[in-house]
Design a binder for this molecule. Structure first.
Ligand code: MN
Length: 297
């Protein structure tokens, strides 16, 4: 896409009756991806608890990033980790993995969860999980940042990714932040806790602004302390068939993943500690799934 575009969130209930409501800006019919970032849920601040029972993934990485509240992650690889603000959980599904995410304290929950589409070279590979408690920090006059993924202004995250990609939490103080970015990347900014002005464009809380490639910095103005998410990457060209928790390249790949999850296949393993409870897959839609494409309207 060659033009900047503002994306309004839509509210989506997550994790059943005891779950939370999330505010989703990716995918959007006008914007399926930003780089390989293909999914963006903003949750909270809320007193609700996160209760997401075991469920499967294929073809993607999950990125979980709390600003407040702790989340216990358990997965079919045997990991059992409490994730705290400032720390990153990065799970690579490869061909198949399953996990659960449950609130681990009574603090107000606030954060984001994103997915990264895996390239063909990695999407059929083994599952992997990284808990990264110690990420690089940048300190500048009017802003600071924690680098979750990729590189920002010379500081690189150790998180393993498979396409050219970046993601960072920006902590903005009153005034103007000039955040240097790669001019071959497309980017997007999510206003997480207050309105922002990004490259002269007004952005309300929870909105996402898509920023086309070809800029060397992103200029963000605030009227007080504020937090933003900056994501970016090389524009992603592989066709993505996204349905429920699966990413494939064709309808049939996704249908096979669904039936294998429903059958309790070893492909997705087992998450201990839930007494065998899992989230069942919804029925397949009555039409064939097709790849998401960018539309100009
Ligand atoms: Mn998940």
């Amino acid at each position: 896409m060659n033009e900047d575009r503002r994306i309004e969130p839509r509210a989506v209930p997550l994790g059943g009756v005891r779950g939370i409501t999330v505010h989703r800006t990716l995918p959007h019919r006008a914007l399926p991806t930003v780089g390989a970032w293909c999914f963006l849920d903003h949750f909270g601040p809320t007193a609700e608890r996160m209760t997401v029972l075991p469920h499967p993934h294929t073809g993607l990485q999950t990125v979980t990033w709390p600003l407040s509240g702790q989340i216990r992650h358990r997965d079919s690889l045997g990991n059992d980790v409490v994730l705290r603000p400032g720390e990153l959980n990065l799970m690579t599904s490869g061909d198949g993995v399953s996990h659960s995410e449950i609130s681990a304290d009574d603090v107000s929950m606030h954060g984001v969860q994103l997915w990264v589409a895996l390239p063909d070279s990695r999407r059929g590979g083994p599952a992997d999980f990284e808990h990264l408690p110690d990420l690089p920090r940048l300190e500048r006059d009017t802003w600071s940042a924690t680098v979750m993924v990729g590189d920002l202004d010379g500081e690189a995250s150790p998180a393993r990714t498979y396409t050219p990609l970046m993601g960072a939490q920006l902590d903005l103080r009153s005034g103007t932040a000039n955040v240097p970015v790669r001019d071959d990347f497309e980017h997007a900014v999510l206003a997480m806790d207050g309105p922002l002005t990004v490259d002269g464009q007004e952005l309300a809380t929870r909105e996402l602004l898509y920023l086309a490639p070809g800029r060397e910095q992103v200029v963000i103005a605030t009227h007080g302390a504020s937090t933003a998410l900056l994501i970016g990457g090389e524009p992603y060209t592989e066709p993505l068939v996204m349905w429920w928790n699966f990413i494939g390249r064709t309808h049939d790949e996704v249908a096979v993943a669904r039936s294998e999850w429903e059958a309790g296949s070893a492909r997705f393993g087992h998450v201990d500690g839930h007494g065998g409870q899992v989230i069942p897959a919804p029925p397949m839609p009555g039409v064939r799934l097709t790849p998401r494409r960018r539309r100009e309207q």
